[in-house]
Design a protein. Structure first.
Length: 237
């Protein structure tokens, strides 16, 4: 077994391990981010033989996939996917995730929700005992965004987060804009003791179009470690 894999090696190992779950003829969702890009690169040489239909979670992933010779379809045409393989910024207990560091959280969630199964690929630093150290991305419409950000901070406080410091990604002068034309507000919560409650509160705020808490979407995580790939599965009842 290979020892002492670097972080990037861990990401690549997790991505390559996910290839085992890709079966011929699958309708496959392609994630966004550095680990997901490793998966797309590993998948591309096999894709033609596997006769896959792929859907991308971002313009960036779509461009990479096409550059590597993959055919990227529209989810409107495919409707239902067999599998999505994507990365995560944090993996908490019960495979509750924080995603959106790359700015694609809304499309990532739409694709994941349209999939029969979601597999997460990540390096071991992404596995945490409690979500929150990575700032939670929340996608918001531009109109009255100051008001929306204040309500997000209030939701974080009400759901028991350690703090609720808000930042508009990119800053007011040059705000980051998502593929869907929205802004992202990052909430530095430090700890998110109750992701389900925070998710519920965020979903009730007009102006919030998506948040980076992925709950009950992932069924398996493949985690690269210095010594190889570890599988995290949901407990079976």
């Amino acid at each position: 077994m290979i020892k002492n894999l670097t972080v990037d090696d861990q990401k690549r190992a997790a991505a390559e391990a996910a290839l085992e779950y890709v079966k011929p003829g699958m309708r496959l969702g392609l994630g966004t981010g550095s680990t997901a890009e490793h998966f797309v690169r590993a998948l591309a040489p096999r894709a033609a033989k596997l006769k896959l239909t792929t859907v991308a979670t971002s313009e960036r992933t779509a461009a990479l996939a096409r550059e590597l010779g993959l055919t990227v379809s529209d989810l409107n045409d495919v409707r239902r996917l067999d599998l999505t393989v994507d990365g995560a910024d944090e993996i908490g207990p019960g495979l509750v995730l924080t995603k959106g560091g790359g700015g694609a959280l809304l499309r990532e969630k739409i694709v994941a929700a349209a999939s029969d199964r979601m597999i997460v690929i990540a390096d071991e630093a992404k596995v945490v005992d409690m979500l929150g150290r990575f700032p939670l991305p929340v996608e918001i419409v531009r109109f009255a965004w100051h008001v929306t950000v204040e309500r997000i901070a209030d939701a974080a406080a009400r759901s028991g987060c350690s703090q609720n410091l808000m930042r508009l990604r990119g800053g007011e002068a040059h705000p980051f804009t998502t593929d869907s034309g929205n802004y992202i507000a990052d909430c530095a919560a430090e700890t998110i003791p109750d992701p389900e409650r925070l998710a519920h509160l965020l979903e009730g705020i007009p102006g919030v179009v998506g948040h980076g808490l992925f709950i009950s979407l992932a069924s398996l995580a493949l985690v690269g470690t210095p010594g190889g790939v570890t599988v995290l599965d949901l407990p079976h009842h």
